[in-house]
Every structure is written in structure tokens, then in C-alpha cells.
Design a protein around this ligand. Structure first.
Ligand code: HDE
Length: 726
């Protein structure tokens, strides 16, 4: 159950107090970094009014030097991010499984800081690139920080950390010309993938609409790896972590995503910021899939393999708490940029498994902060500080903030009475789960990791028709941009291992044939020392044909229009009474309406009140809205019908499968569009003319039908006729 998000300010205040390092210049004099009041910040010190500047000008030099050093290295991956503060509230005591305080004490509110990101692009790249999204949560718990550094997809491309640099080199812009930015649609990426069969499952996810979310607020989150929970009796179980967005999981259309990338590269960042400013606090339910230790080998996949998920039909997701994001950062750099996540930041009650990807990550995250944040004291940056005190014998290093008192910095010591003491288990000291390991030292992988295609098939088969079509289209787009024909060919063969129809569709769109076999086989599909028989026993087709939870369309609620954005197209002479009725009904249902007209300012309504225009056709576009309403009014209709931008707006909304409602007397505007020509003439009583296209009736009846349509999110079935000139 969701908590009332507006109650949570106390926790944020607590976090601020504990990490205090804020500055407010209101009413203050300008000073140098040494606290000297500055008398002139606009002119440098010169020898005479027209003379040379003087080296003596320490104020100029301090200001410019600081400026010269403003940039720090961007994250090598996940450089583009947006973040927010919030709170986590547990609803169900999990002490049966874990001793972690924030998962057992339902009275606690744990402050969190969450950073969402894309992976491939640089800091300034577009939010709507086709990409997996980072979903990293820092819980400031009373036992220290716990970071759940996950993604919006439950699996990953590779099974072993040693492959990560190659994967990232392949997806990043190509090294000779640094093209393309934030896009996987290029030769090196697909060359790598076509030689990496273990990526099959993840490729299905990134080619699905999950890779182009409608909003960061409408994404699921996953811890990806299997972790361990450990209870007070030191009994462990396996766990997968989930975030389920209360608003459901929704995407935009690929053509829409590409348009948005040009018109507003900050689309997701802006959306998150504005939702929080408006008090529409994004919420997720926190879920766990728990597998008893004795069931470790029960499934047809290996729990340690990060290219596999546990289907929700096999192990349901228990929703145990709610996270609410309720405060925007005060300063992007200090917080969103300097936040340092690490999978190794854990608390008693949670532990790792031997997933080889997770094990490699345990090294990487501290290492990356050292170069990015400049030294070992990055934990002292306010956003990274735990809310509990730190006591240890670590000292010095670049930019040390802590002034440690006393003369001992060694342990064991007698001079300081042995302080700081080691904490025993009963005193909350962290102890690693004593997993028993007996093994030879090898470079290799378990045979249980070699079934690369079963879950890729499960994912593809679980999609609805339009979702499958989107995957085919996305692959056709990506491979269509690949210039090396042998790479395309290998990929078609690769896809044929997942689904013949999928491979055939992509082959058709790219003017190729699906090869029956390859001259050089796909690497690593089969363990080198496995017989065909043994291999057949590894590749057990799963016990499931389909999993509803894998389809966004089938698993997301279609009964809410909370925070959807609706465009109202209008011009002088519009029926302002109808605008009011529709706007009130939609706003009451939680949506946001904006009037869009040929120019900014006000337009005259048929009633007495002028109507305020939020955006002009020049400054906005239909890709920024979830639905469109065209009110009547003779002059408004005549203006819009003759305005190519208004007609384009509607064509595009149609092409992107959005709900469109119009008053019966606005039919002329619709008739001017491409799709209007195909509509039946019946405009009687709140009639649905085609999926998601509604008209007629009085404004309040129309509003009710419109709300139902907007709640469907998109009418993908309409895509068959989507070759619209928009
Ligand atoms: Fe990361 N990853 N990663 N990663 N990752 C980083 O750490 C790395 C992986 C993820 O908003 C880096 O601070 C390796 C999987 C997120 O600040 C770096 C491997 C998953 C973020 C790094 C992986 C992730 C990062 C770059 C393979 C999903 C952004 C900057 C073993 C479960 C966090 C930084 C933020 C960031 C390394 C694989 C998620 C270089 C070596 C799998 C959400 O340390």
C-alpha cells in the first residue's frame, strides 16, 4: 500500500540536518573562498582603465582557477542521470528472512536518494536514447548506507565481469570518429552482440519498449543479481529485489522517442523534476522474490546467472514497502553528480552471492569513485555521508574533511582504551555469510550458465502482438544501421535461435535472408567440454511458455490517468465552456491539461473569459503529450483546420497511437488530417469512432469516455495504419 507522500518531510529534514553542508546566499555579501568581502566582481584589476590586467589580481585568479577546474570526469557508464530525494517505508516485517533494520522495523522511515540514468550516452546526451536505464537507490539506514544499484531491466548482457569493458567499448561511440552518440545502432555493438550469445535475453529487453520509457516514474527497477538475506539466527535465503511503479510501466513509441530527443533532450529529467515540484510524488512498491537456500538448484536456470530472471509465476514478488520521491536536489552537481553508489555498500542482514558479474562490480565501484571524485574521501561529500557516525583509523588523503582528534590512528591500541572497538555480531557488526566453498581455482564458467536462448524465447513469447512488432521494428532499425553485412547476417542467425518469425521479419525489413547455418559458429553457445547430450540437458526449455509480468501491456494498470499530460488545441473563438468542463474532469482524475494555440498569450473564447495559452504550436509538439482534445467554436475550428502545424500535431498524435477527443463541431479539423479521412461520420453521442478516437455528446460525457481512453495509454493496434505523413 502506498503511504501518503506528503507526510515525509520530516525524514528529509533529518537527512539535511545530519548531512548539513548547505549554503544560502540570500541577503549575504559576496566573498572570496577565504571569506574576504568582494567590492567589485565585474572588473579585473588593471594598470589604468585601458591598461593590461595585473597578475596581482588574486580575486580574478581565484575565480578563474575555480572555474577551470569545475568539471570532473563523467561516469564512464551512466553519465547522464537525474536524481531525487525520498523516503522508504516498510509495510511488512521481514525478520523471518533478514535482520536488516530497514526491512524489519515497520515504524522506520529510511531516507533515500535515487539516481536514474542512461548507460551509453555522455552527460549531455538525450534522455530518450534506446538504452537500459540505471535505477540506483541509496538507503541511508540506521546501520549504514545500503545501495541497491540496479537497472530498469531484470537481466544483463553478460555473465562475467571480465567482459564488461568490451561490452561498453562496443556500445559507446566508435573510437575512430566518436559516432554515434547514445545509440546502439552501429556496427561495433552488433558485432559484439552477434558474437555473444549470452546477451540474447537482454537483447530482447533492450529492443523492447522498456528501453524507451514514457517517464522515469513509469519504470520498473531490478537489483538484477541474486542477493542473500540473512536473519538473526544466521539463516540465509536467496533474494531478487524489485521496484514496481504505482503508475504502471509505460513507454513511448520509437518514432516519438526520436522526435523528443531532438525537441527536448531533457524530457525525462524535466518530467521527474516537474512531477516532484507539483507534488505528484513518484512512488514504487518494493518487492522481493525469496528462494529458500535448499531450492538453489530447483530451477532450470542458475540463480547466479545474471542473464536470467525468476519468472513471477514461479516465485511471486512480495510487495513489502513503498518508496516515495518527494524532494528535488538543491544542487545538481553536489548531489546528482557527486553521489557515489556501490554494490558493496551493504548492511547486516543482506549479503552477496557468487554471481560473477556481481563479484566484479564489488571491485569496480570504489575504483571508479577514486578517479571520478578524486580520492579516497568521497564518502565525506554530503550526499554520500551515512546518517550514522563513522569511526575508524583511516586518515588523510585528498580533501579530507574530518578533523580526527587524538594521537592514535592504529588498532589494536591501548593508548585510546582500544577505541574504536570492533563490534561483535550482537552489537551489529557485519559478518559475511559463511558460505562453504570447496573448489579448484579455474578460469571458467559453470555449465549451468550455457542456456542462452530459453529465457529470450520466454520474453518474446510473453509479449502481445504489437509489442512483438516493436521488437521486430527496433531490430530492423538497429541492424538497418549496421553497414557490415556479415554482422547483420550473424545477427539474423542469432535471432533465428530465439524466434524464426522474428528473424524472418527483420531479414525482410533489412533486405537479407536468414542463414541456415554460419561459416564460423556462434562462440560460447556450448561449453567446450560438453557432449551434445549433456548440452541438451542444460538447455531445458523452461516450464513456462509465457509470463504475463514480462509484457508491459498486460501487466500495467489501465484505470488511472494520474500525471498524464493532455493537449487542448484551440484558437480565438474557441468554446471555452467545453474547455472548462473537460479540463475540470481530467484534472480531477489526476491529469494535467495545457491549452496550445497558434501563438502565446490569451485567446478569446465564445464566453466572456479569455483563455490563457500555455504553449504555442511553435514551442511545443504532440510528442510531449499523452492525448489531445480539440474543442469546438466556429472561428477556432476554421483557424486550426487551416494551420499545418495544428494538423501535423494531430497526425503525429494519431501516429503515436494516442487518445484523441474532439467536439462534434470540431470535425472539420479532424477531417483535415490524414486519419480523419478514414473516420466514419457518426458524431452523435460520445462515440468511439476508432480505437482511442472519440467525439460527440456533451462535454462531460465526452470527458468520461476520454478518461477511459487515456488510461489505456496507447492504442498500439492502430499502428497497422501508422504510415501517416507526420
Ligand atoms: Fe555498473 N558501473 N557495472 N552495472 N552501474 C557504474 O560506477 C560496472 C552493472 C549501474 O547513478 C560505474 O559510479 C561493472 C550491472 C548503475 O551513479 C562503474 C559492471 C548493473 C550505475 C560500473 C557493471 C549496473 C552504474 C560507473 C560489470 C545493473 C550508475 C560510475 C561487472 C544491476 C550509478 C560509477 C549512478 C555505474 C561498473 C554492470 C548498474 C564503472 C564493472 C549488471 C545503475 O563502476
Amino acid at each position: 500500500m502506498a503511504t501518503d507522500p506528503k507526510q515525509n518531510d520530516i525524514t528529509n529534514k533529518k537527512l539535511d540536518d545530519l548531512q548539513q553542508n548547505t549554503e544560502d546566499s540570500t541577503g549575504q555579501f559576496l566573498t572570496t573562498n577565504q571569506g574576504l568581502k568582494v567590492n567589485d566582481d565585474q572588473n579585473s584589476l588593471k594598470a589604468g582603465e585601458r591598461g593590461p590586467s595585473l597578475l596581482e589580481d588574486f580575486i580574478l585568479r581565484e575565480k578563474i582557477t575555480h572555474f577551470d577546474h569545475e568539471r570532473i570526469p563523467e561516469r564512464v557508464v551512466h553519465a547522464r542521470g537525474s536524481a531525487a530525494h525520498g523516503v522508504f517505508k516498510l509495510n511488512e516485517d521481514m525478520s523471518e528472512f533478514t535482520k536488516a533494520g530497514f526491512l524489519t522495523d515497520t515504524s522506520r522511515e529510511t531516507p533515500v536518494f535515487v539516481r536514474f540514468s542512461t548507460v551509453a550516452g555522455s552527460r549531455g546526451s538525450s534522455d530518450l536514447a534506446r538504452d537500459v536505464r540505471g535505477f540506483a537507490v541509496k538507503f541511508y539506514t540506521e546501520e549504514g548506507n545500503f545501495d541497491l544499484v540496479g537497472n530498469n531491466m531484470p537481466v544483463f548482457f553478460i555473465q562475467d565481469a571480465i567482459k564488461f569493458p568490451d561490452l561498453i567499448h562496443a556500445v559507446k561511440p566508435e573510437p575512430h570518429n566518436e559516432i554515434p552518440q547514445a545509440a546502439s545502432a552501429h556496427d561495433t555493438f552488433w558485432d559484439y552482440i552477434s558474437n555473444t550469445p549470452e546477451s540474447a535475453h537482454m537483447i530482447m529487453w533492450v529492443m523492447s519498449d522498456r528501453a524507451i520509457p514514457r517517464s522515469l516514474r513509469m519504470m520498473e527497477g531490478f537489483g538484477v543479481h541474486t542477493f542473500r538475506l540473512v536473519n538473526a539466527d544466521n539463516k540465509a535465503c536467496f533474494v531478487k529485489f524489485h521496484w514496481k511503479p504505482v503508475l504502471g510501466v509505460h513507454s513511448v513509441a520509437w518514432d516519438e522517442a526520436q522526435n523528443i530527443s531532438g525537441k527536448d533532450p531533457d524530457f525525462h529529467r524535466r518530467d521527474l523534476w516537474e512531477a516532484i515540484e507539483n507534488g505528484d510524488f513518484p512512488q514504487w512498491e518494493f518487492g522481493v522474490q525469496i528462494v529458500p537456500e535448499e531450492d538453489e538448484h530447483k530451477y532450470e536456470f542458475d540463480l547466479l546467472d545474471p542473464t536470467k530472471l525468476i519468472p513471477e509465476e514461479l516465485v511471486p514478488v512480495r510487495r513489502i514497502g513503498t518508496m516515495t520521491l518527494n524532494r528535488n536536489p538543491d544542487n545538481f552537481f553536489a548531489e546528482t553528480e557527486q553521489v557515489a553508489f556501490h554494490v558493496g555498500h551493504i548492511v547486516p542482514g543482506i549479503d552477496f552471492t557468487n554471481d560473477p558479474l556481481l563479484q566484479g562490480r564489488l571491485f569496480s565501484y570504489t575504483d571508479t569513485q577514486l578517479i571520478r571524485l578524486g580520492g579516497p574521501n568521497f564518502h565525506e561529500i554530503p550526499i554520500n555521508r551515512p546518517v550514522v557516525p563513522i569511526h575508524n583509523n583511516q586518515r588523510d588523503g585528498h580533501m579530507r574533511q574530518q578533523i580526527n582528534k587524538g594521537k592514535t590512528a592504529h588498532s589494536p591500541n591501548g593508548m585510546s582504551g582500544g577505541c574504536p572497538f570492533q563490534a561483535g555480531m550482537m552489537q551489529g557488526g557485519f559478518t559475511s555469510y559463511p558460505e562453504r566453498i570447496e573448489a579448484g581455482k579455474i578460469r571458467g564458467r559453470s555449465k549451468s550458465f550455457f542456456d542462452h536462448f530459453s529465457q529470450a524465447k520466454l520474453f518474446f513469447n510473453s509479449q502481445t502482438g504489437p509489442e512483438k512488432q516493436h521488437i521486430t521494428d527496433a531490430l530492423s532499425f538497429e541492424l538497418g544501421k549496421v553497414e557490415t553485412l556479415s554482422v547483420r547476417e550473424r545477427m539474423l542467425y542469432f535471432l533465428s535461435q530465439i524466434d524464426e518469425g522474428l528473424a524472418g521479419g527483420v531479414a525482410y525489413n533489412t533486405g537479407m535472408h536468414v542463414p541456415k547455418d554460419l561459416k564460423t559458429p556462434l562462440n560460447q553457445t556450448k561449453p567446450a567440454d560438453a557432449s551434445d547430450e549433456e548440452y541438451a540437458s542444460i538447455v531445458k526449455e523452461g516450464s513456462l511458455d509465457k509470463s504475463t509480468a514480462l509484457s508491459m501491456v498486460l501487466s500495467s494498470p489501465t484505470d488511472t490517468i494520474q500525471t498524464r499530460k493532455i493537449a487542448i488545441l484551440a484558437a480565438d473563438g474557441v468554446n471555452d465552456a467545453n474547455i472548462e468542463t473537460i479540463k475540470n474532469a481530467l484534472t480531477k482524475a489526476g491529469a494535467m491539461c495545457e491549452v496550445i494555440a497558434p501563438k502565446l498569450g490569451f485567446i478569446a473564447g465564445t464566453g466572456d473569459t479569455p483563455v490563457a495559452v500555455a504553449k504555442s504550436l511553435l514551442t511545443t509538439a504532440s510528442v510531449f503529450y499523452d492525448a489531445v482534445y480539440v474543442p469546438g467554436g466556429t472561428n477556432s475550428v476554421a483557424t486550426l483546420e487551416a494551420d499545418p502545424d495544428a494538423v501535423h500535431f494531430l497526425n503525429e498524435a494519431f501516429k503515436h497511437c494516442k487518445a484523441i477527443a474532439f467536439d462534434a463541431d470540431a470535425l472539420q479539423v479532424i477531417k483535415a488530417t490524414y486519419f480523419g479521412r478514414k473516420l466514419p461520420e457518426d458524431t452523435s453521442d460520445a462515440t468511439v469512432l476508432m480505437e482511442g478516437i472519440i467525439t460527440g455528446g456533451d462535454a462531460s460525457k465526452l470527458a468520461q469516455q476520454f478518461i477511459k481512453a487515456i488510461a489505456q495509454h496507447r492504442f498500439w493496434e492502430r499502428e497497422k495504419s501508422r504510415k501517416v505523413p507526420a
